[in-house]
Ligand binder design. Structure first.
Ligand SMILES: *Cc1c(COP(=O)(O)O)cnc(C)c1O
Length: 431
């Protein structure tokens, strides 16, 4: 499989090249040259095949000969080695819980797969890879955890001091080993600007093999198909599901649409957004207008110009009719999100996090006007990751999963860093 740049000015790349580069040299997103279809009987036989095999079968055509098959089998298996249950909450609504991985968010799946692929590729590079990533919270934790202990890879994470939750900070700073956390005296935008400057500095990029681990990397995007198929494996109704995805940068939804293109049954997708609703507004009006992101309680979805939307348009072959038929948008305010968390807890004793609650509200509205449909939401993070908000709304304490207890008491280790490019460059040169 080759990948071409959606900007159209870079040469096609192999899986290996595209995963190491992250972004194409022309700044475009990589996209597979053809979309494989699942082989006959694959969907019907999902229940008879193991989770590991499903992951391997789905990813194999995308990786081609970039990774030997036995190694790819191991990588696929390690990517899905935690439960991903589809929980029935209500007669017509299920929740696909993607938060049972090590950092309690769906980003674990993509990060675990990508980190192991890069670890495999460094074996024949005679240079260590330095993964440089700016985070507002969740991405950094998933990436750090994914790369922890992977030989030949060092991870440098920049996070805004005082602006991530306690759980998130421990996930960035208490790991040690090959993970270095820079605590930046500034905002997330400062962190991103510093990282961009590092990638633009030839002295640095020549000295260190710098790699970005952001969500546009195909090695993070493609494995996100796994859990849509694991949902299909657990789906027992005769009608195809309405799939509701709480969306920010739209990588998750793009992976779902990719799996649908390959033959997975879906009645319709819902792109559920908070007030940062560039895509739902586009679906209503036909105009795509990027905005400056506004802060909300579902902050992982505070994105004003979602990078992966272009992949979704490409998957739908820019056919407005198919887009209108297959994809509905929904805009959910913070107020509705809060009321939804409260109501779902009282009616179903089910605890949603703010991102899942955005999706829940959107799916519920949709099903009200669609007789006989059934669906599921992607519950993208564990409610404990947003304990402040969830506890305040539900008026009760959210227990920390036992897997996190030791992490919470581990020593925090970070390098205080001024919010300047020079400060970052100096630290990188000294590593
Ligand atoms: C990143 C994230 C999202 C948004 O996912 P995209 O793939 O960027 O659309 C939603 N919920 C949570 C909890 C996240 O961390």
């Amino acid at each position: 499989m080759k990948y071409f740049s959606l900007n159209g000015h870079s040469a096609p790349a192999s899986f290996r090249e595209a995963a190491i580069l992250g972004q194409a040299p022309d700044k475009g997103l990589y996209f597979p040259e053809n979309i494989p279809t699942f082989k006959g009987g694959f969907i019907e036989s999902l229940q008879k095949i193991s989770v590991e095999e499903i992951a391997y079968e789905v990813i194999r055509p995308y990786v081609g000969d970039s990774i030997a098959s036995s190694a790819l089998q191991d990588i696929a298996a390690q990517t899905v080695n935690f439960p991903i249950p589809l929980v029935q909450v209500h007669e017509r609504m299920h929740s696909l819980e993607l938060y049972h991985g090590p950092t309690l968010a769906f980003k674990d799946v993509g990060a675990r797969f990508m980190s192991r692929c890069l670890g495999y590729f460094t074996k024949d590079l005679n240079k260590e890879i330095t993964v440089l990533v700016a985070t507002s919270g969740d991405t950094g934790g998933a990436v750090a955890n994914g790369f922890l202990g992977v030989e030949g890879v060092r991870v440098v994470i920049l996070y805004p001091s005082g602006r991530v939750s306690k759980v998130q900070e421990q996930q960035l700073t208490a790991l040690g080993q090959n993970v270095v956390a820079l605590e930046v005296d500034g905002t997330f935008d400062d962190c991103q600007r510093m990282v961009k400057a590092a990638f633009a500095d030839t002295a640095l990029t020549q000295k260190l093999q710098l790699s970005s681990a952001n969500s546009i990397n195909i090695a993070r995007w493609l494995p996100q198909q796994f859990y849509f198929l694991l949902a299909a494996r657990q789906w027992s109704s005769a009608v195809a599901p309405v799939v509701c995805v709480p969306s920010g940068n739209f990588g998750n939804l793009a992976a779902g649409v990719l799996a649908w293109k390959s033959g997975m049954p879906v009645k319709r997708f819902i792109a559920a957004c908070n007030v940062n609703d560039v895509v739902p507004a586009y679906l209503r009006t036909g105009k795509y207008v990027p905005v400056k992101a506004q802060a909300t309680i579902s902050n992982a979805m505070d994105v004003g110009d979602p990078s992966n939307w272009i992949r979704i348009e490409h998957l739908f072959e820019h056919d407005a009719e198919v887009i209108q038929r297959m994809l509905k948008g929904a805009t959910i305010t913070d107020e509705t999100t809060k009321r939804t968390m409260e109501r779902v807890y009282h009616e179903h004793t089910y605890t949603l996090d703010p991102h899942g609650a955005v999706a829940w509200s959107a799916l519920e509205n949709y099903l009200e006007s669609s007789d006989g449909s059934e669906g599921y939401i992607l519950e993208t993070a564990h409610p404990v990751k947003f304990a402040d908000i969830v506890e305040e709304i539900l008026q009760r304490e959210i227990a920390l999963p036992s897997t996190l207890e030791s992490l919470m008491s581990a020593a925090k280790k970070s390098i205080p860093t001024a919010a300047t490019e020079q400060a970052l460059f100096q630290t990188l040169h000294e590593l």
